[in-house]
Design a protein around this ligand. Structure first.
Ligand code: SAM
Length: 274
């Protein structure tokens, strides 16, 4: 069932207003594939009916479901590998030096999807930095999608999901069998707090952070949104604090408050001290 142009435009505007996500013309197939199941589950006769309900009424659960269904949640364990090397060789050692006095480390992952990224970070910390054992580590991981946040909290993954980047020794050490699935062991799961948060809406108070992960989400936003998010990150990141972006993302031409630092094959961004 193909979507009418006016209905497609309505969905594009809704997505931009609610999540800052830019959907290019030509992506009708994506809207059809992702919203038909939503239409069915809300008892709509088709996409036309779904958009009519959004226009006249726009019940909050339906709007939320539509926005969530249109997010792309692609992720994997140790995605792109090199950023996690740079985390271990440069970012955490630097942070340990800076925070040695108070023994406190604060991190935020702002587009956590189904949790592979924050859990990977925690495994790197546990594997490489036994000296952090007595530290107060606060790790907040957020995503706009409540469905993804529920999945993060459950910490349950299929074998297929595990096959995407999880080294066997870490699988056996940090996960346990749960039927046919794998479940993150409690000792790792309790080290991170998951919440919903829309990067394009006013942010809750995040305090002062040492490390921010915002990988593979800014690609979906327009330039003014990227600028305002980067400015927001500089406000919460301590001077000298670190920002990880996706491999197709950069602060270049958007915000010169960040210094681009190369470590091995990874690029990390540092909040300038001045
Ligand atoms: C492609 S995934 C990236 C996941 C992970 N960071 C990685 O690199 O593997 C993008 C995530 O951004 C989330 N997202 C999209 N728009 C958002 C917004 N406005 N605020 C917060 N999260 C958003 C989506 O729900 C999705 O889970």
């Amino acid at each position: 069932m193909s979507i009418q142009t006016a209905d497609f435009d309505y969905v594009r505007t809704l997505l931009r207003e609610r999540a800052a996500i830019v959907l290019e013309p030509g992506k009708e197939y994506l809207v059809e594939a992702r919203l038909l199941p939503v239409a069915r589950s809300f008892g709509c006769e088709g996409l036309g009916d779904l958009v009519r309900r959004l226009r006249f009424g726009g019940e909050a659960p339906l709007v939320t479901r539509v926005v969530e269904a249109m997010t792309t949640n692609e992720t994997s364990w140790f995605r792109d590998l090199h950023p996690f090397d740079a985390l271990a060789t440069m970012v955490i050692p630097d942070t340990i030096r800076v925070r040695a006095g108070e023994k406190r480390l604060r991190m935020w992952c702002g587009a956590a999807s189904s949790g592979q990224e924050p859990y990977t970070v925690l495994m790197v910390l546990a594997e490489k930095f036994p000296e952090l054992a007595g530290w107060n580590i606060e790790f907040l991981a957020t995503d706009i999608s409540s469905e993804m946040v529920a999945k993060c909290n459950a910490g349950r993954y299929s074998q297929l999901e595990m096959n995407r980047g999880m080294p066997t020794p870490l699988l056996l050490k940090y996960f346990e069998r749960d039927g046919l699935d794998w479940k993150v062991r409690d000792e790792l799961r309790k080290r991170v707090t998951f919440r919903t948060m829309n990067l394009a809406a006013p942010w809750p108070s995040l305090g002062t952070l040492d490390v921010v992960f915002l990988r593979n989400v800014m690609i979906y936003f327009d330039v003014p949104t990227k600028r305002s998010i980067l400015a927001g990150i500089r406000r919460v990141l301590r001077p000298g604090g670190w920002l990880f972006l996706g491999s197709a993302e950069s602060t270049l031409g958007l915000d010169d408050g960040f210094e681009r630092v190369t470590e091995g094959k990874a690029v990390v961004y540092r909040n300038r001290k001045d």
